[in-house]
Structure formats: structure tokens, C-alpha cells
Design a protein around this ligand. Structure first.
Ligand SMILES: C[S@@+](CC[C@H](N)C(=O)[O-])C[C@H]1O[C@@H](n2cnc3c(N)ncnc32)[C@H](O)[C@@H]1O
Length: 307
């Protein structure tokens, strides 16, 4: 299975191609981690979404036809723990104890929502509005597929198909976004697919649209060039072992950039960062010992509040 991956300005995709296929890949991981009596996640819609995309390797993966037990990162248990740490962090950011909804926030924006089903599976307050933004074909695919499955959102879901390099704030306002209300934003697995200036513009827009008390969660890499510039081939090789011919090095922008923590702390946000190792320990998992995890090990998940 070869997935087209060369990037260009203004490129577009669906969930089966280019950056869109990475959304299907992480949904496949969530589907796997949602299987069995000891499931670490509960994302029942991930499985039918991945099947509907129809990329053969991901379907075989969730069917348990591809298993690699001699690799510390690709072992089934390790894959499930990795995606559980990530998913639980963002779930808790929204609806966990002391999360955004506990703090009274009633407006959420999921940037680069991909095949994320939080608008259908989290226990949102009754008056919650959840905006989802992704490429038009990704948004259209998910909305249509979930409607065909008879799935009902658990919040007032407002999907918006727009490129995050374009004027998405305008599209958001046109869909009813209230700039006078605090907002909870997440950008999960997005930033490496944006160039450094697109990343800065994204955070400029988030900051401009946020009233005090708004929150944002995303990932922080202290040295993105070292992490992504030196290791994408390693990551692609790992994925190839799973039968996924996705050339990550062509999809990402491993350029010099202002780090997330640097940006947020200099723009009025109070930042809390938890390293991935801390989050593994918090979940009761052992952090895998591997050269890839050593490289990515400096990564943190951050949550910030606008003062
Ligand atoms: C790794 S996936 C993550 C999806 C989702 N956040 C999750 O964790 O399941 C990356 C997502 O970023 C979206 N994306 C990347 N660049 C984008 C852009 N310029 N405009 C809109 N969406 C973009 C892709 O379509 C894809 O859904």
C-alpha cells in the first residue's frame, strides 16, 4: 500500500491520501486499543470509520492480521499504551476532573479533528458546542459516515471543512463561534504537518480568538528539528514494518520553529507541561526503551490557560 505524500502549498487530501492517511492511522490505533475485555480506550466508532476509509493495511491491522511482537514500539501492548496516553490526555483536558468543562467552558474547537470521535463519545455538558475543523474532504467523509452509522453527537457538533493555512477564523465565526466566550482548543498531532510560519499563524489566530480563561492543549517538542529532522526515516521504517508505506519525512515540515512553550508563554498563556514519560507513569505504563522513544522522549503534552 503506497500512499502519495509529497507536500505543496495549498495541497488537499481525503482520509485515504497524504496527511489525511495519518488521521486514519491514528484512528486505527484507537480502534485497536478499544478491542477486548481489557481495552485501554473506548472509541467504538474508530473501527467502522477505518473500515469505511478502506485502506487495506489499516483494516488488516484492526483485524489483528498484522502483529509484530519483536519490536518494543510495535508490540500490540506498546501500541495500545502509546495511543491511550495520548487520547486520555486530550479527553481529560476537555471533560476530566478540573478539565475545561469543569471550569465552565462551553465552547470547544478541535483543530485538525481527523477521525477523532470526541464530539460523539465524550460526556459533554448539555449546552456544549464543539467545532471540528479539518480539510473539507476529511470533514465531509467523517460526518457522512457517522450519520450513515446512525451515530449521534453528544454535543452540539459544528463541522467546518477548511484548510488551517487559510482563513479558518472567518469560517469559524460564520458557523457561530462566540469570541466573547472562553474556548477550549486542541491541536492533536497537527503541528508537524504545518510549516513554522503556518504554526505561528495558527497560534496567533487561537490567541486572537480567545478570551481570558480560554485553554489550549497540544504537543511540545523542545527541539523539533532534531526530533523530526533526524528521525522521520526511522519512523517510516517502523511503519513499513506494519505494512504501511507512508513516507512521514515527505509529509512533515521539520523546519526550525518557535517551540510551543516559547510561543505560549510569550503571548499571555500560563503553561503546564507534562513529559510523555510522566504521563506513561501516570497511566501505570512502562515507557518503552528504544532509540525512537529516546528521541521523542523529550516531548511534552501541554495545556495552557490564557491569563
Ligand atoms: C495525525 S492526523 C491527527 C488527527 C486527529 N487530531 C487525531 O489525533 O486523531 C493529522 C490531521 O491534521 C489534519 N491537517 C493537517 N494539516 C491541515 C491543514 N492545513 N488544514 C486542515 N487540516 C489539516 C489532517 O487532515 C489530519 O486529519
Amino acid at each position: 500500500m503506497t500512499i502519495e505524500s509529497a507536500r505543496s502549498e495549498g495541497d488537499t487530501w481525503d482520509p485515504a491520501s497524504s496527511v489525511g492517511a495519518t488521521a486514519t492511522m491514528v484512528a486505527a490505533f484507537r480502534a485497536m486499543a478499544s478491542q477486548g475485555p481489557d481495552a485501554l480506550l473506548n472509541d467504538p466508532l474508530a473501527d467502522p470509520l477505518v473500515r469505511a476509509v478502506g485502506l487495506e493495511r489499516f483494516v488488516r491491522l484492526i483485524d489483528g492480521e498484522i502483529t509484530i511482537e519483536d519490536d518494543p514500539l510495535l508490540r500490540r501492548e506498546a501500541m495500545n499504551e502509546q495511543i491511550a496516553v495520548r487520547t486520555r490526555f486530550y479527553d481529560d483536558f476537555f471533560t476530566g476532573p478540573f478539565g475545561a468543562t469543569d471550569a465552565g467552558i462551553r465552547q470547544a474547537v478541535i483543530l485538525a479533528s481527523g477521525l477523532d470521535t470526541r464530539a460523539y463519545r465524550l460526556r459533554w455538558p448539555e449546552d456544549m458546542v464543539v467545532y471540528e475543523i479539518d480539510q473539507p474532504q476529511v470533514i465531509e467523509f467523517k460526518t457522512r459516515t457517522l450519520a450513515e452509522l446512525g451515530a449521534a453527537p453528544t454535543a452540539n457538533r459544528r463541522p467546518i471543512g477548511v484548510d488551517l493555512r487559510d482563513d479558518w477564523p472567518d469560517a469559524l465565526r460564520q458557523h457561530g463561534f462566540d469570541v466573547n466566550q472562553p474556548t477550549a482548543w486542541i491541536a492533536e498531532g497537527l503541528l508537524i504537518y504545518l510549516s513554522h510560519d503556518a504554526q505561528d499563524r495558527l497560534f496567533d489566530s487561537i490567541t486572537a480568538l480567545s478570551t481570558p480563561g480560554s485553554r489550549v492543549a497540544t504537543e511540545h517538542f523542545p527541539d523539533p528539528v532534531r526530533t523530526w529532522g533526524e528521525h522521520p526515516e526511522g519512523l517510516s521504517a517502523r511503519l513499513n514494518r506494519l505494512g504501511v508505506d507512508l513516507n512521514i519525512s515527505e509529509l512533515i515540515y521539520p523546519d526550525e520553529r518557535r517551540t510551543v512553550i516559547e510561543y505560549l508563554t510569550t503571548h499571555g498563556w500560563q503553561v503546564t507541561a507534562r513529559t510523555i514519560k510522566e504521563l506513561y507513569a501516570h497511566n501505570g505504563f512502562e515507557y518503552p526503551d528504544d532509540e525512537m522513544t529516546t528521541a521523542v522522549g523529550e516531548m511534552s503534552y501541554v495545556a495552557a490557560t490564557l491569563g
